[in-house]
Design a protein around this ligand. Sequence first.
Ligand SMILES: C[S@@+](CC[C@H](N)C(=O)[O-])C[C@H]1O[C@@H](n2cnc3c(N)ncnc32)[C@H](O)[C@@H]1O
Length: 252
Amino acid sequence: MDADRLVLLEPSGRKHLVALDRDTVQVPRVGVVRADALRASVGRRWTVGGRSFLVLTPSIRDVVGTIRRKAQIVGPKDAASLVWNCDLKAGDFVVEVGTGSGALTLALAHAVGPAGRVVTYDVRPDFLDVAKSNLSAAGLDGRVQFKVGDARVGIPDRDADAVIVDVPDPWEAVGTAAKALRPCGHFASFSPNVEQVNRTVAVLRTATFVEIRTVEIIERGIEARDSGTHPSFAPLGHTGYLTFARHVLETI
Ligand SMILES: C[S@@+](CC[C@H](N)C(=O)[O-])C[C@H]1O[C@@H](n2cnc3c(N)ncnc32)[C@H](O)[C@@H]1O
């Protein structure tokens, strides 16, 4: 899925995402190497200047982990849940409100595939520029339209399979989403605070939405060692709450 880029994995676990857009590439802390030598080494150990790397193709996780950030991003565990719970698949049409740095846009563009389409809105043109360059670096910008737009004012799109909202006041986007969604299309919002969830759910309940539910995804790493396997001691940090609903034409 990626543009011409590879990941160099150090024995320490540290990763470097390198673009192979020239004949020679600058590899951090190593120097200049030939791009075709790296391409020929995918899946293999590659040694230069006494240092060894594994050469890997980038995963969506690698790509999101290295994007230029302008705002708080939606990370992999929440992005995966949004894709699954909105039933996104190849060929779908998704509207995103609150582009930010485009981290979630990357996951959405990845999910809908080359036959799908994402239209993403932000009130900040400068954020849209950053997101666009992040999508372009990943080779996914062809599936995405970047538009200046305000969820509170409304958006012109119709018949979307899903509308996904990551703005400070998602309840303001519910009416806009109802107009943009096809019948039975999916609404989702990502919110760090429970007060945002309460207001969004209250508005969803008064509109033509069903199957309204909110979840928090908690991902806990497991450290597998010969001396004993146990959950990671790293604190379980909070990211946000995910609210889902489906748009219908009539309620029960
Ligand atoms: C937290 S960021 C989104 C991050 C993004 N989901 C990501 O993964 O990179 C929220 C974004 O919403 C935008 N925003 C705020 N209010 C908005 C509105 N009413 N309509 C559209 N965008 C809005 C902000 O400019 C900001 O870029």
